[in-house]
Design a protein around this ligand. Sequence first.
Ligand code: ADP
Length: 147
Amino acid sequence: MQKSLVLLKPDCIQKGYIGEVISRFERKGLKVVAMKMMEMKDEIIKDHYGHLADKPFFPEIVTYMTMSPIVAMVLEGDDSIETLRNMCGATDPLQAAPGTVRGDLALTIRYNVVHASDWEEAAKEEVARFFNWDEIFAYKKINDGVL
Ligand code: ADP
């Protein structure tokens, strides 16, 4: 069972897509085990997008991610990391397949609605970056164990 960090980015909140995006993940069978609305401060942006710090568009990322609050979530499920990356689609919505979150709800790479961890080590680091252990819940869903 894997845990993955998902961020609903400021454009997702501003366009009123919070429910739509979470609903897609829930319908897929992923379990929400942590969730909060928060503002991204410079420090956490630098940590989270450190791999892009030397890109010319980095200031755009900072402006984007501080436009309004985000919703941070931890989703759990078998192969949740790959599943979520597939469901979110390519980073550039122009390349993202129809049926994916970015393919359906985003138009440009600047505003691409969602973040999902891209591999296991990153997921562990990212979950810890956004959540304390006591904000992550273990619970059974009513149909757990039922085929
Ligand atoms: P992903 O979000 O799919 O993991 P990256 O880690 O490469 O992709 O990029 C992180 C985020 O940086 C993207 O989701 C997007 O918001 C932003 N970004 C990436 N490339 C560009 C670009 N060329 N112009 C503006 N923003 C970009």
